[in-house]
Write a protein that binds this ligand. Structure first.
Ligand code: ADP
Length: 198
C-alpha cells in the first residue's frame, strides 16, 4: 500500500513523515525522486532534453530546474508533457524502493499532489491540514522568510478545500507536535489493520 502524504506549506508534512519513520515505515520524498529521475545521464534526462531542447541545460550540462519551472508556468502543453515524463519515472522509482524494503506500507511525501494531478500514483491520500494562520506562522518561523513570501506560496498552491477533496484520510495539525505524533501513531495502526484485513 502506498500512501501519498500531502499538505500545504508549513502544514506539518515533514513532521508527520518523521513520526511515520519512527514506526519503521518506509518514507520517501517525491521531490527527491523527481530530481533523481532527471539527473544527467538518465533516461528521464534524455526525455526532458528532447522535450525542451538543450536550452534547458545549465553550464554544467544538467537540467536547470528553475528554468524548467518557469517554462511550464506559462505553457500548459509543456507542463503536461513534463508531467507525462516525470510521473511514470517517479512511480517506477517508488516501486524500486519498495522492492528493496520490508516495510508493511510506504509513505511518499508529496507537496503538490492536487496541483500536479498525481493522485493515481497512490493507493490512499493522507492530507495534513491546519489553519492558514498556523501555516503562515510555522513556515515564517522555520524558513525565516517574510509573511508576504509565505502568503504568495500559499496562494500559488491549491486551496485547503481542493486538497481535502482528494483525501482518504485527514489529520488536523492544529494542536501540539505531541498531538500530531499521537495522531500519526493511530493512523499507523489504522493502516496496519487495513493491510491485515485486505
Ligand atoms: P511542511 O513539511 O508541511 O512544510 P513542517 O513539518 O516542516 O511542514 O512544519 C513546519 C514547521 O512547523 C516546522 O518547523 C515544524 O517543526 C513546525 N510544526 C509542525 N507541526 C507543529 C505543531 N503541531 N506544533 C508546533 N510546531 C509545529
Amino acid at each position: 500500500m502506498i500512501i501519498g502524504l500531502t499538505g500545504g506549506i508549513g502544514s506539518g508534512k515533514s513532521s508527520a513523515a518523521n513520526f511515520f519513520s519512527a514506526h519503521n515505515v518506509l518514507v520517501l520524498e517525491a521531490d527527491e525522486l523527481a530530481k533523481e529521475a532527471i539527473t544527467k545521464g538518465t533516461d528521464g534526462f534524455m526525455q526532458v532534453v528532447d522535450c525542451f531542447g538543450e536550452s534547458i541545460l545549465n553550464e554544467s550540462g544538467e537540467i536547470d530546474r528553475d528554468l524548467m519551472r518557469e517554462r511550464i508556468f506559462s505553457d500548459h502543453t509543456m507542463k503536461s508533457k513534463l508531467e507525462s515524463i516525470i510521473h511514470p519515472l517517479v512511480g517506477n522509482k517508488i516501486l524500486e524502493k519498495i522492492a528493496e524494503s520490508i516495510s508493511l506500507y510506504t509513505v511518499v511525501e508529496v507537496p503538490l499532489i492536487f496541483e500536479t494531478n498525481s493522485m493515481n500514483n497512490y493507493d490512499r491520500i493522507l492530507v495534513i491540514d491546519c489553519y492558514k494562520s498556523f501555516q503562515l506562522e510555522r513556515s515564517t518561523r522555520r524558513d525565516k522568510n517574510s509573511q508576504e513570501l509565505i502568503q504568495k506560496i500559499i496562494d500559488s498552491q491549491c486551496t485547503r478545500e481542493e486538497r481535502l477533496s482528494i483525501a482518504n484520510d485527514v489529520i488536523a495539525n492544529n494542536g501540539s507536535l505531541e498531538e500530531l505524533k499521537h495522531k500519526i501513531k493511530e493512523t499507523h495502526y489504522f493502516y496496519t489493520e487495513l493491510i491485515k484485513h485486505d
